[in-house]
Design a protein around this ligand. Structure first.
Ligand SMILES: Nc1ncnc2c1ncn2[C@@H]1O[C@H](COP(=O)(O)OP(=O)(O)OP(=O)(O)O)[C@@H](O)[C@H]1O
Ligand SMILES: [Mg+2]
Length: 271
């Protein structure tokens, strides 16, 4: 059974897509067969792994409308073990077209259930909203990851998110787990980043991931080349951090598993 993780936060620009792409890539580097699902009409995860989001077809849109099985939308990426179910702008239409449909929040879950190809991890990149696309991700996932940008007002809006999370748990997905927060764009030199870190730590407690993602120009540049950080600059701080995050996640999901081929290392910015 695959671990299905939704990367969510209704706040825009907090590092959801950067985390989805590079965490999925990090898992694939750790030899975990990983599927990245782009559930955001912006299509940034699709272009982030080298595909043209304007031409990606067939896409998740057709899957949500039950026109095609998920299998048909999956493409290999240039990273071994990393696969993409991509999308483009047409996905906005799915949100509208599904409004009147009974069971509309179950479409992605149903598609994943029928997926013939086995994956170790499935990572879903969500749009910055609490609309039907995000609810589909929350319904299909068994764990949630919340990237939180190290800035003032980082926790603003989170209460509303937790409300949606609780509602989904109470009604359609009782086993959904809030796996934890991930601090992104952290700058250890800034007093502000450190203050915000304290606040986020208090909110998430032990569920906060130890690995923090540093603010890094290389991470911001990589999508422009359609490459995960491991291809764009494997020696960068950003690559180290996302590899550490992938390993931390594997430890959480597979506590009894042997360490991955690479030894755990002190990488990324640790608190
Ligand atoms: N660790 C980082 N260091 C530097 N820049 C980053 C980092 N993480 C993300 N960025 C940049 O910040 C911007 C927003 O990141 P990203 O697209 O991942 O956020 P998002 O939450 O997916 O946004 P949206 O809500 O629009 O989907 C992008 O330009 C990205 O390149
Ligand atoms: Mg995004």
């Amino acid at each position: 059974m695959a671990e299905i993780l939704a990367i969510t936060n209704q706040k825009g620009g907090v590092g959801k897509t950067t985390t989805a792409v590079n965490l999925a890539a990090g898992l694939s580097v750790c030899e975990k067969k990983t599927l990245l699902i782009d559930l955001d009409p912006q299509g940034n995860a699709t272009s982030g792994v080298g595909f043209n989001k304007k031409e990606y077809s067939p896409s998740i849109y057709q899957v949500l409308l039950e026109l095609l099985p998920l299998e048909k939308t999956i493409k290999e990426t240039s990273l071994k073990n990393l696969f993409l179910a991509g999308t483009g702008q047409e996905l906005i239409g799915a949100e509208i077209e599904l409004t009147q449909v009974i069971g509309r929040e179950n479409r992605l879950k149903g598609a994943l259930k029928n997926l013939g190809t086995p994956f170790d991890y499935i990572i879903i990149d969500c749009p910055p909203s609490l609309g039907l696309l995000t609810v589909n991700a929350l319904t299909a996932a068994n764990r949630l990851l919340l990237p939180i940008q190290a800035e003032y007002y980082a926790l603003e809006g989170l209460a509303q998110f937790i409300e949606t999370f609780n509602h989904v748990r109470a009604t359609i997905n009782p086993t959904l787990k809030l796996e934890g927060g991930i601090i992104t764009m952290f700058d250890a030199r800034m007093i502000l980043s450190n203050q915000v870190k304290e606040e986020i730590s208090k909110f998430f407690g032990a569920s906060l991931f130890q690995t923090m993602i540093p603010r890094s120009v290389r991470l911001a540049e990589a999508p422009g080349f359609g490459q995960p950080i491991f291809q764009y600059d494997a020696k960068s701080k950003g690559a180290e951090a996302y590899l550490a995050l992938a390993k931390e996640l594997i430890q959480r999901c597979e506590p009894t598993a042997a360490p991955t081929s690479e030894q755990p290392q002190e990488t990324g910015v640790q608190p």
